[in-house]
Design a protein around this ligand. Structure first.
Ligand code: SAH
Ligand code: SF4
Ligand code: F3S
Length: 438
């Protein structure tokens, strides 16, 4: 049987798409392999969100393409760089066989077949959004896992000035609720207990479809599916997070006590230039309302440091927001100019790289301290942990997550997998907790 090796960079959308490709290629007889040297087909699912992830493609292809000199191998580039660069990639990499964008994932098998006899590029967006084909086939890897992703939406209609996603993923399309629920039920039937609903802006789910349920109702409906023990979602936009979604934190006990709510900056001036359409005060109000609805809610965020024109004062506003919102985790990045994005016009105000790295380092080190403080305060508490499997590092240790998305390691056996185990926390590190089952 032919073997496919899929390398995935980027966000939850790519991870999910790679799973769909495994499923669709599986129907055509492909078996997934973890070993490039064993593969007949290599697909690299790419990300172009910043320059750094983009560089990973060239180094990956530099390793893989030479294999083609020794034996037959089909090599494909998928994902956001494929969408952005299209046929330019075929010129840049003369032995590359296939380039296809996120909207072509459902056609992966026929594209791979076509690429056996000629070089193929498919970066058409699916123009009829009313019939956008969300593949329903399940990732074969989802069986036997505790958690799984389910897409509820593709694309993004926002125009945050730094962001390339609207041009790589196209317009926002919500997946019909019946399809979402069918996939959730199918996953639960395979033993999945923790569902993460994904999209670039999940809070605007359904708003473009007349009479269609919105995101809060979707949460209620998924929460009601028997067997869903933990419900999570990614990613929220603060502007679109309405009171009905906030109320879900009061009303839905299996909705996880963790919310990833990207803020990007604590300065209103910068937020305006990013076109995020909320202010610091609106964001903090939302945080207060969320914590009123769910006092133990853990908040995490994304931050961009060194957006063009960011002054010391703007950056101090981001630092003070970190204290006020008390994020217990964040992804923070230096601003990376992206082709075709509106923020390129602001580049005459670019912040010097040395200033950006000093700011980033300061943000990250304070963030780390807050995490250590938050985790130290959990020592002695007993928290329910949904066990995911054996720890990757320690024999006789298992790991799992709390509702607040804290990773906990504790001595245990594989028989605990998929169980809720009450664990007394004995030590807090920056990113994980250590404990013992009680
Ligand atoms: N849809 C999500 C974000 C998707 S991109 C949202 O709106 O929150 C994930 C993160 O990458 C963003 O939150 C942002 O912090 C970061 N990011 C996006 N474009 C970037 C750029 N040009 N430079 C640096 N970071 C960027
Ligand atoms: Fe990018 Fe903004 Fe859309 Fe998020 S909401 S994907 S940051 S344009
Ligand atoms: Fe990257 Fe595309 Fe996701 S640019 S972050 S893989 S939507």
């Amino acid at each position: 049987m032919p073997r496919v090796y899929i390398k995935t960079f980027g966000c939850q959308m790519n991870e999910y798409d790679s799973g769909k490709m495994r499923a669709l290629l599986g129907q055509g007889g492909y078996v997934a392999t973890e070993d490039v040297d064993d593969a007949d087909l290599v697909i690299v699912n790419t990300c172009s969100i910043r320059e750094k992830p983009e560089q990973k493609l060239a180094s990956f292809l530099g390793r893989v393409l030479p294999i083609k000199r020794r034996r037959p191998l089909t090599v494909a580039v998928a994902g956001c760089i494929a969408q952005m660069s299209g046929s330019k990639l075929l010129k840049q990499f003369p032995t590359l066989d296939l380039v296809f964008g996120p909207d072509s994932v459902g056609r992966v098998q026929s594209l791979v077949d076509a690429a056996q006899t000629r070089r193929v590029v498919d970066t058409e967006f699916h123009s009829d959004t009313a019939s956008y084909p969300f593949p329903s086939d399940l990732d074969p890897d989802a069986s036997g896992r505790i958690g799984a992703l389910v897409t509820i939406q593709k694309g993004c209609d926002n125009k945050c000035t730094f962001c390339i996603v609207p041009s790589t993923r196209g317009v926002e399309v919500s997946r019909p609720i019946d399809e979402v629920l069918a996939e959730v039920r199918a996953l639960v039937a395979r033993g999945v207990r923790e569902l993460t609903l994904i999209g670039q802006n999940v809070n605007s789910y359904g708003v473009k479809l007349e009479g269609h349920p919105g995101f809060a109702e979707l949460l209620h409906r998924v929460h009601a599916v028997e067997g869903v023990e933990v419900l999570r979602y990614l990613t929220s936009h603060p502007r679109d997070m309405g009171p009905d979604v906030v109320a879900c934190y009061r009303d839905l006990p299996r909705l996880a006590s963790h919310l990833h709510l990207p803020v990007q900056s604590g300065s209103d001036r910068v937020l305006r230039r990013m076109k995020r359409f909320y202010t610091r005060e609106v964001y903090l109000d939302l945080v207060r309302n969320l914590k009123a609805a769910r006092p133990d809610l853990v908040l995490t965020t994304d931050v961009i440091v060194g957006f063009p024109g960011e002054t010391d004062e703007d950056f101090e506003a981001t630092m003070s927001l970190l204290e006020e919102a008390r994020f217990e985790g964040s992804f923070s990045f230096s601003y990376s100019p992206r082709p075709g994005t509106p923020a390129l016009r602001l580049l005459e105000d670019a912040v010097p790289p040395a200033v950006v790295s000093a700011r980033l380092e300061r943000f990250q080190s304070r963030q780390r301290e807050i995490q250590l403080e938050a985790h130290a305060s959990l020592v002695g508490h007993v928290l329910p942990v949904l066990v995911e499997g054996p720890s990757a590092h320690d024999e006789g240790v298992v790991c799992g997550r709390t509702s607040g998305f804290k990773m906990v390691n504790f001595p245990g056996s594989h028989t605990m997998m998929g169980e809720w185990v009450p664990v007394r926390i004995t030590r807090g590190f920056a990113n994980t907790l250590r404990g013992e089952a009680v």
